[in-house]
Design a protein around this ligand. Sequence first.
Ligand code: NAD
Length: 297
Amino acid sequence: MKVGFVGLGIMGKPMAKNLLKDGHELRVFDIVPESVKEVVAAGAAAAQSAADAAAGQEVTITMLPDGPDVEAAVLGPKGVLEGAAAGSAIVDMSSISPLVAQKVGKACAAKGVHFMDAPVSGGEPKAIDGTLAIMAGGTKEVFDRAAPLFHSMGSSAILTGPVGAGNVTKLANQIMVACNIAAMGEALVLATKAGLDPEVVFDAVKGGLAGSTVLNAKAPMVIARNFKPGFRIRLHQKDLRNALLAAESMKVSLPLTSMVQQMLMSLMNNGRGDYDHSGIVTMIEDMAQVEVRKPKG
Ligand code: NAD
């Protein structure tokens, strides 16, 4: 397929490369020229603007940090919508507020351009492997059109509802992951302060009801004191903020999400915004004056 791709960061770069590997024709744009060069070296054509990347394409994908960036790159001057032809589709795969996805979707519809939100879960390793989980919102027609592209980038793609539903699903995912990590942090701090080896505690509980993908991925990182980011605290703070804004618009209370979002903000203010989100534990450690690690000797 002829595809435009805008936003070549940690996630966008490997996603674009996987599309090229499967034979799709790509025209790519990022505000950072070095990122464009890297994907051009893998076989894409370079665009001069987001509008230029979208011109003449069946589908244009965007993979940007947050809602304001998507609004700027799609609706702004020289944006995707300026270049996209009526009847073509824009698929935004960034994690943004569902309210912004709906706003962008409406502006696209007014110009006869289809829009779908399709955020992903899995992080950089799964973006590289082409095994992302894709949560789409929009019509079945656009979903079917984008399906071959989803197939190149992900191992699962599910249509969850109309435009905005993809991001509601992603926010649900982010709430469960964040609260799970925070609970794991409290549990491991308590066990360590009681004099137990956190690795032994992890081994004892992982096969029971408290076992989870989060626990298996994050407890070993905490015990090894490895907070190199797979997913940054500052990005998770952004996701929980978007969850709270969406919840407020529906008069839904999310007390746990609100608390963990405040913790993430405090961690950012303490210079830990670029830690992996497993670093939530460090705030609980500070409060208990104990570090979760294997006992010495
Ligand atoms: P990133 O910051 O590495 O990449 C974003 C890219 O967008 C950058 O290259 C930036 O230069 C570019 N950009 C910003 N504004 C632009 C504009 N107006 N026009 C063109 N390019 C522009 O972020 P990322 O980690 O690749 O994440 C992208 C999205 O995917 C975010 O919404 C994030 O929450 C989500 N996500 C990330 C992960 C992860 O583990 N990194 C996992 C799942 C979902």
